[in-house]
Design a protein around this ligand. Sequence first.
Ligand code: HEC
Ligand code: HEC
Length: 371
Amino acid sequence: MTKGRFLRAALSAASLLAVLAAAGCGSAAVRPAAAAPSPPSWEADNPVRPLPVPPLGSPADFASVPWVTPEKVRLGRWLFYDARLSADGTVSCATCHEPEHGYSEDRPTSTGIRGQVGKRKAPPVLNAAWPIYPVFFWDGRAGSLQEQAKGPMENPIEMGNSHQGVLRTLAGVEGYRPYFRQAFGDDRLDIDRVAEAIAAYEATRLSGDSAYDRFDAGDERALTPLARQGRDLFFGRARCSACHLGPNFTDSRFHDVGVGWRPPPPGRPPADGYRDPGRFAVTRDPRDLGAFKTPTLRDVTRHPPYMHDGSMRTLREVMEHYQRRGDASPNLAPDVALARFTPGEIPALIAFLEALDGTGFADTPPRIFPR
Ligand code: HEC
Ligand code: HEC
């Protein structure tokens, strides 16, 4: 370094110090409340990031969800993984919606606080802000991601808390305050804001650029011949695309595909054979007994076992179920009854389902949280 350059560097360092001193920084010994010169440690692995670029084939379009902002996503990312939102500090959203399982889980049904086991499996949260119809939960009882996010906090066997309890905990975490201000303009804490921030993070969990998306975009070689045969069946005589349609492979509608029904004891009506009423709990229409929301098939290989009750261990078991056209449940969907494919064609359908594994949702949970 030449003498002149050294002098300039030293001078600029000195003037920087002068500016800092003028701004009130560096005088912590005198005024302990002054802002820290470096960002708090928890920001290191959770900076404000630009919204992701949707991968090929994903329906994501952030212009259609203006409430999703980078600042809300950052706040929501902490809240999604923060177990302090549960009654005993052990369960976060990610306990059941795990990144490595496409934001679903690898258990038949969910386990919440104090080891309580629920009756349903956590569905994947992928491309979830762009459904054909806004219906959430297996029975569609929530009408938006924001509304949905309030459910598990108060569910006694999931996070077991009350909304008041969540707000009391968050109010006690000084470190969260600036991020509510950044995201919403002031630091008021209410449950709608908590839910909206979490929903904003969920909206950035995208899936696309699968082998199938590349094939669909014109790359003939992206699918193996077996997967291509599976594709023809899926959109053809196996009738899968009657319900698994659109960019997320779901019609956002409710169907009984013959899962969770057993013949009731003699003398009882067939409707008594449903173990879970499904959509009926919302509509009270007997035709909705045993009907569940069609799940997305994106990244379906990542979260066996399958179905709302996790009753099928592998994709092969699911295909065998459809191949024998479900069980004789009273509300069985006509499209399932009309499906035609042979046991020998099952590997082709599975190869097609495997080609729906995409990218865009991977995340490593933040390690430290605001204090
Ligand atoms: C104890 C496990 C558990 C926890 C914790 C949990 N969930 Fe879930 N989640 C589930 C289950 C099970 C369902 C399906 C429940 C139903 O359909 O009745 C579900 C459904 C959902 C859905 C609907 C998906 C769809 O396709 O309809 C979303 C979104 C979701 N959860 C987000 C969250 C968020 C956000 C949190 C944290 C605030 C959270 N979950 C906490 C188990 C859990
Ligand atoms: C009548 C509508 C309909 C048709 C036709 C249909 N499905 Fe489904 N599919 C559903 C519904 C609804 C579920 C969830 C059922 C439940 O859990 O009770 C489901 C579940 C699945 C699952 C499990 C996903 C998970 O996350 O657990 C797979 C895989 C699947 N279907 C693939 C297919 C394939 C392949 C075909 C064609 C052979 C097909 N489906 C035909 C509606 C349909």
